[in-house]
Design a protein around this ligand. Structure first.
Ligand SMILES: [Zn+2]
Length: 214
């Protein structure tokens, strides 16, 4: 009998409690219709940054002429993925030496543990160096995901990790929750919305365990 696949939900809950990057637009929900007030339906409008919780950065986010969210290939966000736990300290800039595990999948999620609470924005999360992005590209990686608000450390001038991703054609997921996920290989499912020309999109990111072979 095949073992039932398990799902890890790696998306933080979206509510008005969710923290966003300083200066960005936090989520607010406007309730337009309410059944308990006599309306035939409940109906809400959501106002928020597209970089909300677990989200994809479209290359348009960091380069004016780069593809918007709707132009990004969905294959990036769907398929074989490796979760790698790194022993990061606050504000650390991660290099290839900090990721000693062999890269075995085309999508890599780095669990740094440096941004533990999605309802409280903290500035001391770890970032990625361009050298690490180059290392991932050399290993065949097409997507990198982080458990922090950004692949660049807070207030990093010039966003070097984002631009390294542009140069190496690696797409980015940010704001993931990876603390409960054991390292190893999974299937990633994290499809962005088809937002035309947009600089990013929220995703519902999940990891599905791979079928065990008999
Ligand atoms: Zn970003």
């Amino acid at each position: 009998m095949p073992t039932q696949a398990a799902l890890y939900d790696i998306s933080p809950p979206i509510s008005e409690a969710l923290a966003v990057y300083p200066g960005d637009t936090p989520p607010t929900r406007e309730i337009i219709c309410r059944i308990d007030r006599g309306d035939p339906v409940n109906l809400s409008a959501l106002h928020a940054t597209v970089h909300l919780g677990a989200h994809a950065d479209a290359p348009r986010h960091y380069s004016q002429d780069a593809p918007g969210m709707d132009a990004c290939d969905l294959d990036r966000y769907l398929g074989r993925c490796q979760v790698v736990r790194v022993a990061a300290h606050p504000r650390q800039l991660l290099t290839p030496a900090d990721v000693p595990a062999p890269i075995t999948a085309p999508r890599v999620l780095l669990a740094t543990g440096t941004y533990p609470d999605p309802t409280r924005f903290t500035e001391d999360y770890a970032g990625l160096t361009p050298e690490l992005i180059d290392h991932l590209q050399a290993a065949g990686v097409i997507l990198v995901g982080v458990d922090t608000p950004s692949v660049d450390a807070f207030n990093t001038e010039g966003l070097p990790a984002h631009h390294a991703c542009l140069r190496t054609d690696i797409h980015i997921l940010e704001g993931l929750m990876l603390s409960d996920v054991p390292p190893g290989e999974y299937e990633l499912i994290a499809l962005p919305l088809r937002l035309v020309d947009c600089d990013g999109s929220p995703v519902r990111a999940v990891l599905r365990t791979l079928p065990t072979r008999p």
